[in-house]
Design a protein around this ligand. Sequence first.
Ligand code: BF8
Ligand code: SF4
Length: 582
Amino acid sequence: MGVCCRHCMQGPCRIDPFGEGPQRGICGADADTMVARGLARAVAGGTASHSGHARHVAHVLKKALLGGAPDYAVRDKKKLEAVANRLGIETLGRSAQDIGLDVAEKALAEFGDNDNALAWAATTMTKGRLEAFSKLGIVPTSIDGSVAEVMHRTTYGVDAEPVNILLAALKCALADYAACHMAADLSDILFGTPQPVVSRANLGVIKENAVNIALHGHNPLLSDIIAQVASEPELIAAAKEAGAAGGLNVVGICCTGNEVMMRHGIPLATSSLSQETAIMTGALDAMVVDYQCIMPAVATAAECFHTKIITTMPVAKLPGAEHVAFSDDKAADCARAILLKGIANFKNRCPDKLCIPSISSAVIAGFSAEAIIAALSKVNAEDPLKPLIDSIVAGKIRGICLFAGCNSVKTPQDRNYIEMVKLLLAENVLILATGCAASAYARHGFMTSEATKQYAGAGLAAVLTTVGEAAGLGGPLPPVLHMGSCVDNARPVDVAVAVAERLGVDLSQLPVVASAPEAVTEKAVAIGTWAVAAGLPVHLGIAPPVLGSVVVTKTLTSTVSELLGGYFLTQVVTYNIVFSMP
Ligand code: BF8
Ligand code: SF4
């Protein structure tokens, strides 16, 4: 495996340049040091991205409450109060504005220098986890500080001790977890906590007779406002006037697509790896992007079609795209202006290039932790978690697997997801999914009541039927629960922590695992690393760039991993390795 160190300009130094086994780099760094540095930097990259997203939402929440962003407001006061109570912020007799401002200030303070543990980590994990983090010295106290610390320690000539570097990576990953949790919480406060919603997924949701606008990226700050204004009669009339009898059709791509599906039922066209295929239908009149996981290739693909690619954020522009600066103080006006550009582009469609595959699946999405607990409480109002726990103890549900992460060109798209889920469901394992994993299961029809009948083992199917019928779905819950975008990976942790606390055990003692069978991005590395820190066995279907390092891949069965309990299981085409992290 050609892992390189590129941490200075003397490199790249190859770990195994001649296929004769690992060698040292020019500066004397060995394979373990190089691999640990690379992994830590990937975690820092992922943390910077998730936390950039979270910080953006925190700023807009604060601005909205101070009157500077009038199109945003506290939509979910119950969630605001729940978050505030968890953070130790007084709620009794206080207005949403006052509570919200305290929450926003607390959120923004997480990025700076602090002496205490990050509140979004310390208040959302089990006691056992916090003790393990403390013993290892990996309690994060600053989100930005954790990223900067990794960048410092992995710079030329600083930290060369691989375990020490991996501990910094774990600390940074926990800062990533805090940021993800913050982004999910604050988005719920601004846009509402997701509840079960019926929609559809796959390219067939693009309509030939409508103006089709795809929302692509991650942050709901723009996409949620577009979803809100798209139903305005003036805009629908403008689309019809432009010749689209079917009016205006907004669809989602990637995680911002998951966000608007969860909250508004907006259909999901596709996920990251196949983002260009939405353009290749010839019927996409605009693709509106915010940031993250947007391939520059969309602008290249759009050159062959009429699709207008519209970038909106100052941090994410694309060569060949039109930039419409998104301004949170005039969010709804910006959203309307963007939609009008898509409407105006409808006339440029080339009928010869229209090719919309007539494929789409029904989806039940919107399973926030709150929605899952609400469904369970229909079976047992006093002790909602009891039906789930009883089912696990009785062996009807043998465990829970969270599928997260991306689609990679290193495997046929969705194959790993689909093959694995069929086996696990037959073995009565309940599946939770986020990000592109959720998109895969949505597009392949695993998020319906029918999928429970088709794929779930008898024990799992019986539980899902009892809960689904009690919750008024008129049938079983889907066997794969859509829990949202990648920052929403904090939601399954909330459910697992609630179960662990109800049982008086730690997360590492629960039959809960995570898998990223087609992981791609640094964000996925950060999430996988904090899942390990949370005590979960984590499976990766694509080997990360760690091979060649004995310390990272094999021998770290030290007190560190014993304390954490979690580990990575990496599946490579020809062999399997299990390694602790650290
Ligand atoms: O944040 S799963 S390809 S779209 S990184 Fe990106 Fe990976 Fe998809 Fe959402 Ni997550
Ligand atoms: Fe090579 Fe060392 Fe530079 Fe890495 S830091 S590229 S191993 S000389």
